[in-house]
Design a protein around this ligand. Sequence first.
Ligand code: AMP
Length: 437
Amino acid sequence: MSFSSLGLSEQLVRATTDQGYETPSPIQLQAIPAVLSGKDVMAAAQTGTGKTAGFTLPLLQRLAEKPRTGKGPRALILAPTRELAAQVHDSVNLYSKYVPTKAAVVFGGVKINPQMMKLRKGVDVLVATPGRLMDLYQQNAVRFNEVEILVLDEADRMLDMGFIRDIKKILALLPAKRQNLLFSATFSGEIRALAQGLLDNPVQVEVAARNTTAEKVKQSVYTVDQNQKTALLSKLVRDNSWEQVLVFTRTKHGANRLTQKLEKDGITAAAIHGNKSQGARTRALAEFKQGEVRVLVATDIAARGLDIKQLPQVVNFELPNVPEDYVHRIGRTGRAGESGHALSLVSADELKMLVGIEKLIKKQLPRKEMEGFEPKNNVAMKPKAKADPSKARNRSGGHGRPAGKPRSFGDKPGGRSGGRSQGGNGQRGRSAQSQNS
Ligand code: AMP
């Protein structure tokens, strides 16, 4: 199967050839004809599957088929984070190289005026985070009367981040006759409810979540005491001569602290999270991509949508509160046919989370100890420790639930966003939104 046999124009096919794509990915095989047919689409697809091209290429073709009449936007792509919005915008630019489509991106955390100016000149495709888009609408900087196609990208994450109200407001402002595309990694009840209200007889597209199978990603676990993790990470980076490693922490403060400690230890590192300015984040990512920074420390929200090619190594410095995030994290490695390695540093208070992750991925992760870093609490940390949450109590002193952690892995999205409000201020909803939009 080739891109042209899917019905894409020569100009769009040429753009994929420029990118070095040889064949469409499974999600593209299904999504491209569906979008071209003009139908609504509901797609279960994670980052790393090629979903962006899956909706962008046919969207561009649909727009090219009809002339522009006003200043647009004619296609609206909503994304949860600045990073994802910026990356989708980059993709739109790449794929629209040979068609006369104008694209723009708007997100919070940067000045609004330049975005207003851009919109005034007219755009065909607008990529936006919901909060900033509403701000622009309220300031009369954007109109929605020409929107023909709406894309909700990573819809599950948008709901997790408290964007539902803004999304509903935006939906109410769009022309009733339009094509809707909904992409989501997971399909919770809330997403299904949103889909039901939004989509008209949608074509359903699903591909095997490439990360749950994760054949290409080797996963392992080092059991280690919390206070030894930084030293162990430094050792691993050095001993294995890792030149590009993405490290996940649960909190923004944790990301900053770890970055500082690594730097002190002589390992170049940068943090990327929602408290950093957009400029700082872009710079950190660029330095990492160019190899000037060996370790990029990220929180889950900031890392979502990061497109870093062929990342060989991911480290979970702390396990995520939500098991699905583990799958997203390890999806950052082993991309595009490359093999990758995901390594988790797990302390006694995280054993329960580990068990939750293993249940989700239906696989026991091999546990190892590093000489000199053996955990003191050997009973709970035994490499083959079976799912016995009572053992995890020792450190947290609670009810088998680490202090300050959400109640369970299956928490409702609101709880998740609270768990992620990484400054520990416990604020939710709008605050998560303004931090991240
Ligand atoms: P996405 O899931 O949209 O974030 O895409 C993940 C990565 O796959 C991006 O780096 C794309 O450039 C790349 N990609 C998308 N489609 C293809 C394809 N058909 N062949 C090879 N790589 C692709």
